[in-house]
Design a protein around this ligand. Structure first.
Ligand SMILES: [Zn+2]
Ligand SMILES: [Zn+2]
Length: 254
C-alpha cells in the first residue's frame, strides 16, 4: 500500500456519480493502486443503487481489468446514519466494507444549536453501536441545506461548514468519539474534497489509536487525482501505513 495511492471512497453513475466503470478505471490508472467503489446504498436516498446482477457484473469486469493494471479494487458501499443505526437497506455478502455518513438530520424547525447537537448525538450513538468500518466525512459535506434558501455553491458551503465546526464540533466531543471508534474498529475518513477533518481533530484520533481511511469521494474523473489534503495530513501528522485501515484485510462484519 502506498499511502498517497489509496482511495476508499468513489462513486459511479449507478448512484450519483458521473462515471461509468470504464471511465472510473481510466481516471484511476496511474493515481491509485488500492481502491474501493462505494456507491450510495441507503434507505430513502434518491440515488441509492440496487444490488442487481447488472451492477455486480459491471463491478466484476472493472475489478478484473483493474487488477491487470496493478490496481486492487474492492466493493464497498456508502450508507447513511439514522437515530437507530446505519441506513443500509439490507446486507449483501458481496459488500466488503461500509462507509457510514450522516447525510440528513431528521429534525425540522430546530435552532442551529439543536440541529448540530442532534447531528453529533447520531454520530456518537452510532460509533458506540458499531456495525460499519468507516465513519465518512464527519465534519465535511455537512447537511446544511435546511438552513439555506438556495445552494450557495461549493466554496461558500465549505466556508459555512468551517464556521459550524469551529462553533459546535469541539475537541472534547472528538475525544469521547475517538474512544468509541477505537473500541469498535471504525476508521475515520480523511475527506479530500472538503479538506476535513481539521488537523487538530486528526491529531486527537491518532493519539487514541483510531485508524484512518482516505477518500476523494469522486463523482467525476477529474476529482480522482486530487491528493493535496492527504499529502498535507501525512506530512504534518507524520502518518505511517500502520495508521491507516488496510482494506485488503477487512471483510465487513455487519
Ligand atoms: Zn456522503
Ligand atoms: Zn460519497
Amino acid at each position: 500500500m502506498i499511502l498517497t495511492k489509496l482511495d476508499y471512497h468513489l462513486h459511479t453513475s449507478y448512484s450519483d456519480g458521473e462515471m461509468s466503470f470504464p471511465q472510473l478505471l481510466e481516471a484511476l490508472e496511474g493515481n491509485v493502486n488500492v481502491c474501493g467503489v462505494t456507491d450510495h446504498f441507503e434507505l430513502n436516498h434518491p440515488c441509492s443503487i440496487e444490488f442487481t446482477k447488472d451492477y455486480l457484473e459491471a463491478f466484476g469486469a472493472f475489478k478484473d481489468k483493474a487488477l491487470r493494471l496493478g490496481i486492487s479494487a474492492h466493493l464497498g458501499v456508502e450508507t447513511g446514519l439514522g437515530k437507530n443505526g446505519i441506513l443500509l437497506p439490507h446486507m449483501m455478502s458481496e459488500i466488503e466494507y461500509v462507509i457510514a455518513s450522516l447525510h440528513r438530520v431528521p429534525l425540522q424547525g430546530a435552532s442551529s444549536e439543536e440541529y448540530w447537537e442532534a447531528y453529533k448525538s447520531i454520530i456518537s450513538d452510532n460509533a458506540r453501536r458499531g456495525g460499519f468500518q468507516i465513519l465518512g466525512h464527519v465534519e465535511g459535506y455537512l447537511p446544511i441545506l435546511p438552513f439555506l434558501d438556495r445552494d450557495p455553491g461549493f466554496d461558500k458551503k465549505r466556508e459555512i461548514e468551517r464556521q459550524i465546526i469551529e462553533e459546535y464540533f469541539t475537541l472534547d466531543w472528538y475525544s469521547r468519539l475517538a474512544k468509541d471508534l477505537e473500541v469498535n474498529d471504525i476508521a475515520l475518513e480523511i475527506h479530500e474534497p472538503s479538506k476535513t477533518p481539521r488537523l487538530e481533530v486528526l491529531d486527537i484520533m491518532k493519539r487514541f489509536g483510531v485508524a484512518f481511511s482516505y477518500g476523494t469521494d469522486s463523482h467525476m474523473p477529474e476529482q480522482v487525482s486530487k491528493r493535496s489534503y492527504l499529502k498535507r495530513v501525512i506530512q504534518e501528522l507524520d502518518l505511517k501505513e500502520s495508521d491507516f485501515l488496510d482494506i485488503e484485510t477487512i471483510r465487513s462484519k455487519t
